[in-house]
Design a protein around this ligand. Structure first.
Ligand SMILES: Nc1nc2c(c(=O)[nH]1)N=C([C@H](O)[C@H](O)COP(=O)(O)OP(=O)(O)OP(=O)(O)O)CN2
Ligand SMILES: [Zn+2]
Length: 147
């Protein structure tokens, strides 16, 4: 596992946890402007998820690290991202499996799970590295949270 320093996200919460994971997946960008990336190809995505909160749960966790990995892996690992309904829209670039959209989509999936937790943890940053030279950081705005 690659250990790297990540961009910091400012917040006032007492606790912050970070979960790193790898994800193997194929994709293509359905736009001719994407050049060679319009052809199907694969990546070992490197993902860092940052969770923050003021209160721990009954296990003493903000959220179980393993659960974070499961949310992402069960859906995308060893999949063709374009076949997932979340990325299947070939008309709207907001749903193409670009690094930006993958990062936003992972944020949404994770936060939907966190919303079920009584201690109300928040996903405050998702970093997705697609290649050794390219990564995206997604940071939600206040209005993106339901509570
Ligand atoms: N803003 C974005 N630009 C590009 C994306 C993207 O998701 N968002 N994606 C791609 C391709 O999918 C490609 O997999 C990654 O591109 P790139 O960084 O150019 O990959 P290389 O390994 O060829 O990079 P080098 O630094 O030139 O080795 C393209 N753009
Ligand atoms: Zn790619």
């Amino acid at each position: 596992m690659l250990h790297q320093f990540y961009p910091q996200v400012p917040h006032d919460f007492r606790y912050e946890l970070n979960k790193d994971m790898h994800l193997s997946a194929a994709h293509f960008i359905p736009a001719k402007e994407a050049g060679k990336c319009a052809n199907m190809h694969g990546h070992t995505y490197v993902i860092n998820i940052t969770i923050a909160g003021d209160t721990l749960n009954e296990t003493g966790f903000l959220i179980n690290f393993q659960r974070l990995k499961e949310i992402v892996h069960s859906r995308f690992d060893h999949h063709l991202l374009n076949e997932d309904p979340l990325f299947a829209n070939k008309e709207d670039p907001n749903y193409f499996p670009t690094t930006e959209v993958v990062a936003r989509t992972i944020w949404k999936l994770v936060q939907q799970e966190l919303d079920k937790e009584p201690n109300q943890p928040r996903c405050v940053q998702v970093l997705v590295r697609e290649t050794p030279t390219s990564y995206v950081v997604y940071r939600p705005k206040k209005e993106d949270f339901h509570s």
